[in-house]
Write a protein that binds this ligand. Structure first.
Ligand SMILES: [Zn+2]
Length: 459
C-alpha cells in the first residue's frame, strides 16, 4: 500500500510530457536529424517513378518494382521476404469518349478501373447524383448513357458515385455510365479509380470525364441540347495472377515476436507514376527502417515494413496479410500506414475500431504519450488509418494513419499528374522521420498498447 502510494506521488509530481521526453527525446531527435539530411528515400522514389513507372496489379512493372526494392532492402541490411497474393489482372487498352452532338470533340476521359470494355453510342442523360437519377422515369434513362456530375466535397463523400455509377445506371436500363472525376481541382485531368458491378445487374462500361468536360455536357443537357456521345473502351479482365506482399524487418533485440508495422501500398493505378499514391508512403516505411538501421539503433520489438500489393483494385494484399498473420496479430503492437500522399504530416489518425473498453482507453492514453514524445508533431486524432491495415485493425490491432496535409492530394490522385515532380524533398524527409520516430517509440515503450493478458480480438 505504501509502495503504491509512493508510486502515485512520484507519478503526480512528474508530468507525462517530461517523462516521455526524457525517455525518448534524444532518440527521436537523432532519427529526425538523420531523416532531414538523407536524400536516399527521395532518390529511390525517383527511380521507382521514373525508371519503373506505374504499377497496376498483375503488371510486370509491379513485380519488377518488388524485385528491385527487395534487392535494395537486402543491401540495406534488412531481413526481407515476400508472401504470395493472388491479384486481378485488368488491362485498360485503348479508350475514348467522343462528343458527337451538338458539336464534335474528343473529351478528356479515363476508364474506371475494373470496367468491362465495350462501345456504346447514345444520348447523354445528365444528373447530379443517384437521388436525381432515381427521380427520373425509366423511359428517360433506358438506352442512354448516364452522366453523374457530382461536385467534389470530400473524397469519402464523393467516391460513392464512382463506385456505384455503372450499377445504378444499368439498373434503370442505361447502356453506359460516365462520372465527373472525383477530384478537388482540375486542369482538364480525368481521375480513374475502382468501380464495381453487382450480380443480377447488367454490366456496362464506365468512365470518368474531366471536371471541365463533365460540367460542359451537363450545361448543354440543361440548356435543352441533345447531347450524344460515343464511349469506347477495350478494357479486359484477364483473371487472377500471383503477386507478392514485400516484407522487410529489423528484428527486435528483446521481444522479437512483438511487431510494429510501418506500411503502404506498392501497387498503383495505370496512369501517372503512382508517386503520391502510394510510392511516397512506401518510401517512408522503407526509409524508417533504413534510418534506424543506419543509426545502429536496435529496436526492442521487431520493426516490420510491409509494402502491400493490390490495394487499388481488390485490397488483396491487406486481406492476405491479416489472414496469413492471424495467429500473430495479437503480438502486433501497432500498425502504421501512409496512403494519402506526401504532404507534411502533423501526427497520426488513431483507429481503434477493433478494440472495446477498457482496452480502447488504455491504447488512447498510451498513444497520447507517444504524441508527446513526437512533439511538436503530436496530433493524435480519432480517424481512419488506412485501407491495407484495415483488415488487421478490425481484428484489434491499433491502427495509425499518417496525418498528412492532404489539401493538394486530390488534385492529382489517380491521374496522369501523379508524378515525381510533385514530391517535395523536405516533406518526404520530415514524413519519413516522423514514421521512423513513431515506430521507434512504439517498439521501445515498456507497455503494450493492448494489454496482452486480456482477450483482445473480436472474431
Ligand atoms: Zn492509395
Amino acid at each position: 500500500m505504501l509502495l503504491l502510494l509512493c508510486a502515485t506521488v512520484t507519478w503526480a509530481a512528474e508530468p507525462v510530457e517530461q517523462r516521455v521526453h526524457e525517455r525518448y527525446g534524444e532518440q527521436v531527435a537523432r532519427v529526425f536529424e538523420a531523416a532531414s539530411t538523407s536524400a536516399v528515400a527521395y532518390e529511390r522514389l525517383r527511380v521507382l517513378c521514373d525508371e519503373i513507372g506505374h504499377r497496376i496489379s498483375g503488371s510486370p512493372q509491379l513485380e519488377a518494382a518488388i524485385d528491385w526494392a527487395a534487392a535494395e532492402m537486402r543491401a540495406d541490411g534488412l531481413v526481407v521476404r515476400t508472401e504470395e497474393v493472388m491479384v486481378p489482372r485488368w488491362v485498360r487498352g485503348a479508350e475514348s469518349v467522343t462528343l458527337l452532338q451538338p458539336v464534335q470533340r474528343e473529351l478528356a476521359m479515363v476508364g474506371l478501373g475494373m470496367s468491362i470494355g465495350g462501345s456504346v453510342r447514345a444520348e447523354v442523360v445528365a444528373v447530379r447524383d443517384f437521388a436525381e437519377l432515381a427521380a427520373l422515369p425509366d423511359e428517360a434513362i433506358a438506352g442512354k448513357i448516364v452522366l453523374f456530375d457530382t461536385p467534389f466535397s470530400t473524397y469519402g463523400e464523393t467516391v460513392g458515385t464512382r463506385g456505384g455509377a455503372a450499377v445504378e445506371a444499368a439498373r434503370r436500363g442505361a447502356v453506359g455510365a460516365l462520372i465527373r472525376s472525383v477530384g478537388s481541382a482540375s486542369l482538364n485531368t480525368p481521375h480513374t479509380g475502382a468501380m464495381y458491378y453487382e450480380d443480377g445487374v447488367p454490366q456496362i462500361p464506365a468512365a470518368a470525364l474531366s471536371i471541365e468536360h463533365a460540367s460542359w455536357l451537363h450545361r448543354l443537357a440543361d440548356s435543352g441540347q441533345t447531347v450524344e456521345v460515343e464511349l469506347s473502351m477495350s478494357a479486359e479482365h484477364q483473371g487472377m495472377v500471383p503477386s507478392r506482399n514485400l516484407i522487410a524487418e529489423l528484428p527486435g533485440r528483446e521481444l522479437p515476436d512483438e511487431v510494429v508495422v510501418v506500411s503502404c501500398h506498392y501497387d498503383s493505378w495505370d496512369v501517372g507514376q503512382g508517386a503520391q499514391d502510394d510510392g511516397a508512403g512506401c518510401l517512408m516505411a522503407w526509409e524508417a527502417l533504413r534510418l534506424i538501421q543506419e543509426l545502429d539503433m536496435v529496436p526492442r520489438r521487431t520493426l516490420r515494413a510491409v509494402l502491400y500489393t493490390n490495394e487499388e483494385n481488390g485490397l488483396g494484399g491487406g486481406k492476405a496479410y491479416a489472414e496469413a498473420h492471424a495467429d500473430e496479430l495479437s503480438l502486433h503492437q501497432a500498425m502504421i500506414e501512409s496512403d494519402i500522399g506526401n504532404g507534411i504530416a502533423r501526427g497520426f489518425r488513431v483507429d481503434l475500431r477493433g478494440l472495446e473498453e477498457p482496452q480502447r482507453l488504455r491504447a488512447q492514453g498510451l498513444l497520447w504519450e507517444l504524441g508527446q514524445a513526437l512533439a511538436p508533431w503530436s496530433e493524435m486524432v480519432a480517424g481512419y488509418s488506412g485501407a491495407d491495415i484495415g483488415p488487421s485493425v478490425a481484428q484489434g490491432v491499433p491502427g495509425l494513419g499518417v496525418a498528412h496535409d492532404s489539401s493538394l492530394y486530390f488534385h492529382i490522385h489517380h491521374t496522369e499528374a501523379d508524378t515525381f515532380d510533385k514530391i517535395v524533398l523536405e516533406d518526404l524527409q520530415h514524413n519519413a522521420g516522423l514514421v521512423a520516430a513513431a515506430a521507434w517509440v512504439l517498439a521501445e515503450m515498456p507497455e503494450r498498447l493492448v494489454e496482452p493478458t486480456n482477450k483482445r480480438q473480436r472474431r
